[in-house]
Design a protein. Sequence first.
Length: 300
Amino acid sequence: MKTVFLFVDGLGLGGENPSTNPCLGPGIRVLSVFDTGERINPVLYGGVCVATDACLGVDGIPQSATGQSTVFTGVNGAGLLGFHLKGFPNDPLRQVLKENSILRRLRDAGHRPVFLNAYRPLFFKLKEKTRWRLSSTTVANLAAGLPFRTIDDLRARTALYHDFTNRLLIAHGFDVPVFQPDEAARILAAALEHHDFVLYEYFLTDRAGHTRDWTKAHPILLHLDRFVETVLGAVDLSETLVLLSSDHGNIEDLGTSDHTRNPVPTFLWGKHARSLAGTITSIADVTPAVLNAFGMDPTP
């Protein structure tokens, strides 16, 4: 069993109007989805898209700390706190991640997970206490005791930056190559040679959504769409599950600069995709679905 988990921050299911929903803009193929009112819809490459609740039974607008902690553990972080928390996890959410991180669960079961995102040198200069206070993915990887990928790994094409083109790194003075979306996708697919679970986090979608600028949001989605489509063509979907999900809506509604209460899309392609789709109702079901795919007990 092989699984690719593409976590895309701030991607919801918006309306059917491309002037406010750049997911429906020209050139976008795989991610060209909107809220049809149906829970499960077919998509390209034989996949399905599940309209997935990100509100988690809690009033207010979904946020990153609670949403991401929920996605990566299967524990309802917003329900635990009683509210949606912005930014990075607090102490209760960190504890949930320490105990239930999908990376830790898989590693403890003898699988070979990897968090493919490369970190800049500054991260490795931080005290360990400070690292534990960063993003949900960082805490999840720390909890699993797995190594963090470096800029040298990126140059060796065994890691990807959160901007998989590397243009942001180059703008900050790093001597790294520019990756086209299809090249970056092949780097990700190649990681399956040595790992059976590959996690990659992309959050330029959330940043673009906050700008309310269609000319910024649409190119980001075009690059991401090409990246995802190349991943799907580069892996063996008869033996591999490819899953893409999010923590909350944002970029799909440029009528607001805030997050949205829209459902998020959970895309599933390949092995077990259709059977697992039926088990997903909220973002708290994403990690259990992956664990089920590996034949593991999904109970936190």
